[in-house]
Design a protein around this ligand. Structure first.
Ligand code: C5P
Length: 472
């Protein structure tokens, strides 16, 4: 498929696009996606920002399409010190349009990017900045600040703030509030792609996800630093609003209070620093299931292999590369009520990963790759001391589909195996549709061909029903 790079557009087009995106409060990438989507009339199906379509875009539009969850709710907004802090001014406006009360806390660094005056004016509330302010401590200290809110939002969540949160530091007002709170916390990370991918940030991301912190974004795209692009752009204000609405939606849901651990996507098994063994899994089916489970109210922890699709909404995601990293992340996320293992985990990895790029030498024969077996993550969960009450595996086969699926029930300690035929002619691997069979100890259920989203919704409903039955 062709790809468009905004950086390569001519300056005049780029400028027009920039103005149009700014007027709509979107990133340039989102503006392009929505424009293309409008042309092809299918943006709601394919766009990762499809939820923006149902969200009010301008003042007044909210009346036509009211999002009720925010009216009268208290949001403590911690603004971190990053260039994306300016977007928080718009975020405050969007939240107040929807009837929320926003109480802002600024870190010292944030004050370098936005002023307490502008933040306070938009929030129509006092802006809190000091941990040791005699007046504030007397009036409303960090404990009360952290407890009076319905939700704490950190935007932008800088690498520094995330590190503090992951390590329990509490040396300023923002970090002390985050340590003292008993309320849900949603963070919108924003940083340079190198910082986002730094091993320290990756560790902190995993810790925070495990601690139950919710993430929105970051998105991929151009950075404020000229010439840089990649993952690290803060989610747009309307995306943050949508995430807040999801978290504050109090309607009872069938999976409320349930925690589900999931895997999705392929794994990459390194051969040397530049080469790896992979497979054709896109993560579409697993990610759709994660989103569907979250829609039903579950707390979903998704361990995702390398994919090019965005993180599912309302799901906390740990990103890994190899099977061993995936296994470690899954083990850390137990116990859980259910496990749904969709990832196409490589069965083997190279026995000895080369530390340097393997060079082609003239006249030498091709190197023979020694392979060793990878851990079976599903079997590890199915036979675990902390085994979830419901364990669901997938079986992607090209032959003897049902016989293989039945064997896996026992070998892997699974309750259900979702079997799908991934022969080349089916187009399932990487495609948008799937025809599955649910293999359980009591029989086989055959589902017709449908979109991966429909499979996800039906499976999520079946999981919700099963967890209710198990409880009785
Ligand atoms: O054995 P096979 O790869 O066909 O099994 C597929 C199921 O097992 C899927 O649910 C997959 O996520 C899981 N699996 C795993 N770890 C492996 C291999 C497969 O979790 N190493």
């Amino acid at each position: 498929m062709a790809s468009i790079t905004i950086r390569n557009l001519d300056d005049a087009t780029k400028e027009k696009l920039r103005l149009r995106a700014a007027a709509h409060g979107r990133s340039m990438e989102e503006e392009v996606r929505l424009l293309l989507g409008e042309m092809t009339h299918d943006v709601a199906l394919s766009s990762p920002v499809s939820h923006l379509r149902s969200a009010p875009l301008f003042k007044g539009e909210g009346k036509k399409n009211p999002a009720q969850f925010l009216a009268g709710r208290d949001i403590l907004l911690i603004i971190g010190g990053g260039i994306a802090a300016y977007k928080c001014l718009d975020l405050i406006r969007r939240l107040r349009e929807r009837g929320a009360h926003v109480r802002p806390v600024l870190t010292k660094a944030a004050e370098e990017f936005v002023t307490p005056l502008s933040v306070g004016a938009l929030a129509a509330d006092k802006v809190f900045t000091e941990l040791f302010s005699r007046e504030d401590e007397h009036d409303i200290g960090h404990i009360r600040l952290s407890r009076e809110a319905d939700l704490i939002v950190v935007a932008p969540a800088t690498a520094d703030l995330m590190a503090k949160m992951a390590n329990g530091l509490a040396n300023d007002l923002a970090s002390a509030v985050l340590m003292a709170t008993d309320k849900p916390v949603l963070i919108a990370p924003a940083m340079n792609p190198r910082m986002w991918n730094h091993p320290a940030t990756r560790r902190n991301r995993a810790t925070l996800a495990k601690d139950g912190i919710w993430f929105v974004g970051p998105n991929s795209g151009e950075m404020a630093e000229s010439g840089e692009s990649g993952a690290g752009r803060m989610a747009e204000p309307l995306e943050i609003v949508a995430a807040i609405e999801k978290l504050l939606d109090r309607r009872p849901k069938p999976l409320s209070g349930k925690t589900i651990v999931m895997t999705s996507g392929p794994t990459h098994e390194p051969i040397d620093p530049v080469r790896y063994i992979a497979n054709r899994s896109s993560g579409k089916q697993g990610h759709a299931i994660a989103a569907a489970l979250a829609q039903l109210g579950a707390t979903v922890h998704l361990v995702s292999g390398p994919v090019t699709i965005p993180d599912p909404e309302g799901v906390s995601v740990v990103h890994v590369e190899s099977a061993r990293e995936m296994r470690d992340a899954v083990e850390q996320l137990l116990p859980a009520d259910a496990a749904v293992m969709v990832a196409a985990v490589a069965d083997w990895r190279t026995a000895n990963e080369a530390g340097e790029k393997i060079k082609k030498q003239p006249g030498e024969t091709a190197p023979a790759l020694q392979m060793v077996e990878n851990p079976d993550i599903l079997a590890g969960v199915g036979h675990n001391k902390q085994r979830p009450r419901l364990v669901v595996g997938f079986a992607a086969e090209t032959q003897d589909l049902l016989a293989n699926a039945r064997k896996k029930l026992d070998n892997k300690g699974a309750d259900w195996i979702v079997a799908n035929d991934v022969s080349h002619t089916t187009g399932v691997m990487g495609g948008d549709r799937n025809a599955v069979r649910i293999v359980t100890r009591s029989g086989i259920e055959e589902w017709p061909d449908m979109s991966k989203e429909e499979v996800a919704e039906r499976l999520a409903a079946r999981i919700a029903a099963a967890l209710r039955t198990i409880e009785v």
